[in-house]
Write a protein that binds this ligand. Structure first.
Ligand SMILES: Cc1ncc(COP(=O)(O)O)c(C=O)c1O
Length: 343
């Protein structure tokens, strides 16, 4: 009945079961995993949420990348951190989780891989699976301080790797990615067309003074396509406020291309009034072959590249030439022919 994207086993793990039992018995517990700031005794500034009542919010004014004023505010936030990120390189999202989902759709075909740090944010396993992407771990190592085992990143890369995820500062180690690490990772990613996704939601939380200023800057890179993620849920200490953003940097043409290809929901409309999307012709992964892909249409038109049968016709944005693609339901950046298709 339910897809493989969602968990099969809903049973509570051993720790949760034991905590539950201890609570039921009324035993006093000191919960070291408590992470809800709104229940940690902080005094929030008076009027912190007053701007939410601004009457301008009563007007519905849809903008593909998010409201311009809000994106300018994010630009100012980057300025405060010492990075110049123009508002037209910022996309607003409803949480960091949504940003991850948009980026996986933008960069990866079903069955492709992204590299995730270990130890890190446990939700990566679920976020990737929901978008049919595989999470391959690379290691952080501890030797008085935490650092990235760059050799383990190199070992984890395969031809199916589309993105390298960084969390800086990392949850749970608190360690920032250093400038040297970032340069070495960019050198690994650039020639392989691997994008960097840098989760910086905890940017304001340094364990030692000066750690943030000394860290590698992801938001203004020009060598590798980079998506820097931030959000109010952490920077305002209010997990219920789900305004997030992503800042796109990298080689200017590639960064602009990524912004243009924003996925449906923030895309632009074709002259015929239907969503236009870009597709890269690539055989679907056998592991995640979607129902109705080329294998299901014997005798149909053939994919222009791999020659497998298919039924979906796509046409080039520039010259309107038509072709057939075997995976038109899956979108990604391609430096080759740019085809559009009606979703
Ligand atoms: C590293 C990291 N990124 C993102 C999030 C979630 O952010 P959001 O509430 O914007 O989805 C968390 C939440 O704990 C986190 O630890």
């Amino acid at each position: 009945m339910f897809s493989h994207r969602v968990p099969r086993d809903l049973a509570a793990n051993r720790l949760s079961t034991m905590v539950e039992a201890a609570r039921a018995e009324g035993r006093p517990l000191l919960d070291l995993t408590a992470s809800n700031p709104t229940q940690a005794g902080f005094a929030y500034p008076e009027g912190l949420l007053t701007p939410l009542a601004d009457a301008r919010a009563l007007r519905y004014d849809p903008q593909p990348l998010g409201h311009t004023d809000a994106r300018r505010a994010v630009t100012r936030e980057y300025e405060r951190q010492g990075a110049a990120v123009p508002a037209d390189r910022i996309v607003l999202t409803a949480s960091t989780s949504e940003a991850y989902s948009l980026l996986f759709k933008l960069l990866a075909e079903a069955g492709d891989e992204v590299l995730v740090p270990r130890p890190s944010y446990p939700l990566f396993e679920h976020l990737t699976r929901l978008d049919l992407v595989s999470a391959r771990p690379y290691d952080l190592e501890y030797h008085g301080v935490w650092s990235i085992d760059i050799a383990s990143v190199e070992r984890a890369i395969t031809p199916g790797t589309r993105a390298l995820l960084l969390v800086t500062p990392n949850n749970p180690t608190g360690s920032f990615v250093t400038r040297d690490e970032l340069d070495r990772l960019a050198a690994l990613c650039t020639p392989r067309d691997i994008a960097i996704i840098a989760d910086e939601v905890f940017a304001d939380y340094e364990l030692e003074p000066g750690a943030a200023a000394a860290a590698g800057r992801t938001a203004a890179r020009r060598d590798v396509l980079t998506f820097s993620l931030g959000g109010l849920s952490k920077s305002a200490g209010l997990p219920q406020v789900k305004l997030g953003w992503l800042a796109v940097s990298g080689p200017p043409a590639l960064a602009a291309s990524a912004i243009e290809r924003r996925v449906p929901g923030s895309g632009r409309r074709s002259p015929r009034g239907r969503w236009r999307i870009t597709a890269r012709c690539k055989p679907a992964s056998p592991r995640f072959a979607p129902a109705g892909c080329c294998a299901a249409t014997p005798g149909g038109a053939r994919c222009s590249r791999c020659r497998r049968s298919n039924r979906k016709k796509i046409s080039c944005f520039g010259c309107s030439a038509t072709a057939f693609s075997c995976s038109p339901d899956i979108f990604s950046i391609s430096r080759a022919n740019r085809f559009s298709s009606s979703a």
